[in-house]
Design a protein around this ligand. Structure first.
Ligand SMILES: C[S@@+](CC[C@H](N)C(=O)[O-])C[C@H]1O[C@@H](n2cnc3c(N)ncnc32)[C@H](O)[C@@H]1O
Length: 260
């Protein structure tokens, strides 16, 4: 990704910070015109975050730390990282209102160029970041991830799904124009994930990822660092090998527990 595009994306998120959360109720740049779907899948993701995140946690590219209220209680320490100071202001305010300020630290950094030193985490939450990385950035980032997760540390990805409903308003990947409430426009890079893309991510990481949720709008996939060379386990909660395909205009699937 060229530097100008990267600068445009960084600036877009800085300027979007105060209204960023509207995406989670299907507002702002939401690309599937069904706010109810966003709200209900946010509930699903929140429960997954609650179930899987704990210990010494890094929320990488945390934005406003929207997910913090769902993981804070189970974390002894929270590190919030984002390139945007404006996002971190919102994120720290959220930590304070969740009663977690004394267990939270924050850093303003570009994750692709940050030196984590000896820091290692029990859990790394990567929410809606992978979809903004070009293939080269994704390769760099997977190396970063592997180096900062403790052995047997958890990694949880949350991100956006590609399906027929999305295809009505978006390309699967490439440049998008994003408009702020005041009309200013920015270019960003964005891609959407199929289940095959999650499998490719799993291979790139060398970590078996389990699909916790693959919905109409969002997906969640988790893995444990250091387990990549084990044979893939069969999911215990799926009833057969045929995916439960949703309505053809949605392409949605809800078969949690699929291993990649
Ligand atoms: C789509 S938002 C997601 C925010 C948050 N994780 C969430 O789930 O709501 C993407 C965030 O990634 C941050 N970001 C993008 N590239 C980054 C990078 N290279 N280093 C650090 N932060 C980055 C942006 O500033 C923005 O806050």
């Amino acid at each position: 990704m060229d530097e100008e595009l990267k600068r445009s994306m960084f600036e877009y998120y800085r300027q979007r910070a105060s209204v960023y959360d509207e995406i989670y109720s299907g507002g702002g740049p939401a690309s599937i015109p069904d706010p109810q779907a966003y709200c209900s899948e946010v509930g699903v993701l929140a429960n997954i975050v609650k179930r899987l995140c704990s210990g010494d946690l890094l929320d990488i590219a945390c934005g406003t730390a929207f997910w913090l209220p769902h993981y804070a209680d189970k974390c002894n320490h929270i590190t919030l990282l984002d390139q945007s100071k404006e996002m971190l202001v919102q994120a720290n305010a959220r930590a304070a209102s969740a009663g977690a300020a004394d267990r939270t630290s924050s850093m303003c950094a570009d994750v692709l160029h940050h030196d984590f030193g000896d820091s290692r985490f029990d859990c790394v939450l990567v929410a809606f970041l992978m979809s903004h990385f070009s293939p080269e950035q994704e390769a760099t980032f997977t190396d970063v991830l592997k180096s900062i997760a403790k052995p047997r540390g958890k990694i949880l990805f949350l991100d956006t799904v590609w399906n027929n409903a999305r295809a009505l308003t978006r390309d699967k990947e490439g440049l998008q124009e994003r408009t702020l409430p005041d009309g200013r426009q920015f270019q960003i890079y964005k891609k959407y994930f199929t289940e095959d893309d999650v499998s490719a991510l799993s291979r790139a990481l060398g970590i078996d990822l389990t699909t916790e949720h693959f919905g109409r709008v969002f997906f969640a996939a988790s893995g444990v660092a250091g387990e990549g060379d084990k044979p893939p386990k069969r999911a215990s909660c799926t009833s057969g090998s045929t995916p439960a395909v949703g309505p053809s205009d949605l392409g949605a699937r809800q078969a949690p527990g699929r291993r990649h």
